[in-house]
Design a protein around this ligand. Structure first.
Ligand code: GLU
Length: 490
């Protein structure tokens, strides 16, 4: 039997961080078992539709490499993956439930239902349908149908029994049938509710594992009743616990900062998003914490997903991001940087394109160990992309580093100029370092006495990349030019 998992979003605008985790777990589980992962759009609640959200969602999934095997609008796929295009199917199955006496027509008006709910609420009772229409006679039902009375169809919950199912994450779940609401399955407009469409589609699409977040656990007993009513085999259920912010608030209580898109816009790498999100509530049973997608697929086990909620901590995400910035292949990272820039900072993208790739890459190679996200690149490198200014003298003099007067600064700059003028471009920072150490020693100065003014002169800043790295990046001609210019002003 092929393992089939699915992501079944309702088309509201964003893919949220908690949905990303659900999608990821579905994806990892399917891939681990050589199975299939599909996306199905649950758009039967017409009031919640947001135009463009499906395209947006597929785009976001693609940017985090979660490409489904079957998805909406893919011409090669067998089913329509929009539930709104499958209405006839649900009608057929609702009829089957009615014929089997597992579902019934309900003619109660919205006003009656609202009143009923309010009464129950005022008595602190759980709000449930009171089953009034369940006991209508065949004749009464026919009369109402013939008179075109508006109606819904409700699930008939078996009396006096326990509904139970095994959840891969939460263990055995048992619910007395008296606590289960007789859910509407087909609405007055003949659209199915989530419950009917979801169960029918999971069955027809051969879904073997329903992995979804915990909020759906209370619905599952209703689904189990439906599977039994149809005599269908049930999928394996796994309900993934909630995600909380570090302040212990539910993630779903916020809006914009839970959208995956925002994290991409804020220049997080897919590698770190995927790695970090996978570890939220899943324990790979090792002290290692950095995993590529393939390693995650290899190791993923639903049984190691925690029962308790997990905390989403942006600082941890940054930590993963800085790890990947430091360790990923430089050329790959450079291309990524350019993609991000072209998308999110076109001006700066155009600017760096006027420089040699080699120059940009050298800069990235230095900067990547110092930043946590790509969007810190620009602010940390502008002195390498703009014409240098003349630094102010107070910055060049530094008592702590024994640079007490302008004469020492001058001497330092002369040494640096001598080196940059009389050498070919350096092939590595080590080469720059060796020659500087030698010359500084000869001049009987301390390293800092030379390197501090050199660095300030080249970057015109209090903080920047170190002097030797700057010389390596700028190359000797440019370094000589800048240093000479500063020296002349002293
Ligand atoms: N349409 C539901 C949602 O948006 C799907 C829940 C499920 O996976 O069964 O969450």
């Amino acid at each position: 039997m092929t393992v089939v998992t699915r992501f079944a979003p309702s088309p509201t605008w964003y893919v949220h961080i908690w949905s990303l985790r659900t999608v990821l777990y579905n994806y990892l589980f399917a891939k681990k078992n050589n199975g299939k992962f599909l996306v199905r759009i649950e758009d039967t609640d017409r009031t919640r539709l947001v135009e463009g959200s499906v395209e947006n969602m597929l785009e976001v999934l693609a940017s985090v490499w979660l490409i489904p095997d079957e998805w909406p609008n893919n011409p090669w796929d067998r089913w329509p993956y929009y539930q709104s295009e499958r209405l006839d199917i649900y009608k057929k199955y609702i009829q089957e439930l009615i014929d089997k006496d597992k579902a019934y027509y309900c003619f109660c008006s919205p006003e009656r239902l609202t009143k009923l709910r309010e009464e129950q609420q005022s008595l602190w009772l759980p709000t449930k349908y009171d089953k009034k229409c369940r006991y209508l006679s065949k004749e009464e039902i026919q009369k109402k149908l013939d008179a075109w009375e508006p109606h819904t169809v409700r699930l008939k919950v078996p009396d006096n029994t326990i509904i139970e199912f095994n959840d891969l994450v939460k263990g055995k779940i048992k619910v007395p049938s008296k606590d289960i609401d007789e859910q509407v399955l087909l609405k007055t407009d003949w659209f199915p509710t989530y419950h009917l469409a979801n169960v029918v589609d999971d069955h027809l699409m051969w879904v073997t594992h329903v992995i979804r977040w915990d909020e759906w656990t209370p619905s599952t007993p209703k689904h189990v009743i439906m599977y039994d009513a149809f005599w269908w085999e049930k999928p394996v259920f796994a309900h993934i616990p909630l995600l909380l912010w570090t302040d212990k608030k539910k993630l779903s209580k916020r809006t914009w900062d839970v959208a995956v898109e925002k994290y991409l816009e804020h220049w997080y790498l897919t590698e770190s998003l995927i790695n970090y999100i996978a570890l939220l509530g899943w324990n790979p049973k090792t002290t290692e914490e950095f995993f590529s997608m393939n390693e995650l697929i290899e190791r993923f086990d639903l049984r190691q997903v925690h029962k308790a909620w997990a905390v989403f901590d942006v600082e941890r995400l940054k930590f993963f991001n800085s790890h990947y910035l430091k360790t990923l292949d430089l050329n790959y990272l450079y291309n990524k940087l350019k993609t991000y820039l072209s998308k999110y900072d076109k001006d700066f993208f155009d600017k760096i394109n006027t420089f040699w790739d080699d120059y940009n890459k050298k800069i990235l190679n230095e900067i990547r160990t110092k930043i946590k996200k790509f969007d810190e690149f620009k602010e940390n490198t502008y002195y390498l992309y703009n014409e240098p200014k003349i630094p102010n003298k107070e910055l060049l003099i530094n008592e702590k580093m024994k640079i007490k007067d302008i004469d020492t600064v001058k001497k330092a700059l002369e040494i640096s100029i001598y080196i940059t003028k009389n050498n070919n471009d350096f092939n590595s920072i080590d080469e720059v370092k060796n020659i500087f150490i030698e010359k500084i020693k000869e001049a009987e100065m301390k390293n800092w006495q030379v390197l501090w003014p050199t660095r300030v002169a080249l970057s015109w800043e209090q903080f920047s990349i170190w002097a030797l790295e700057l010389i390596y990046i700028l190359w000797n001609k440019k370094s000589t030019e800048i240093l000479t210019k500063v020296l002349k002003t002293l």
